[in-house]
Design a protein around this ligand. Sequence first.
Ligand code: FES
Length: 118
Amino acid sequence: MMKTEEPTSENSETDFIRVAQVDEVPAGKGRVFKVLGKSVALFNVAGCFYAINNICPHEGGPLAKGRVKGHVVSCPWHDLQFDVRNGFGTEGGGYCVASYEVRVDGDQICISLRRRGI
Ligand code: FES
């Protein structure tokens, strides 16, 4: 079983790090969190939580601030779109971002930087 941890300097990318309470990330919205120094965008889609790299691979736009429609977030800078479930760009062009595992323990949302399997 995976460990759930408060962030420390000794955490590894396979640990689940507590980042927020479920009521801190409203449905249809994204929030950004630092996880082991990495900027991670966390989204709530109809009560399910998904985490991807916050930094858009085009020119670095903050994906957590993008508009969310269904499972797709649009980058606020130039509107490239990504599926929050897997980080894949939805318009081709080869753009994608890392997606990370999310676990909800009670009312706590935890993220592991271990990349999600597709
Ligand atoms: S920086 Fe995200 S689309 Fe350009």
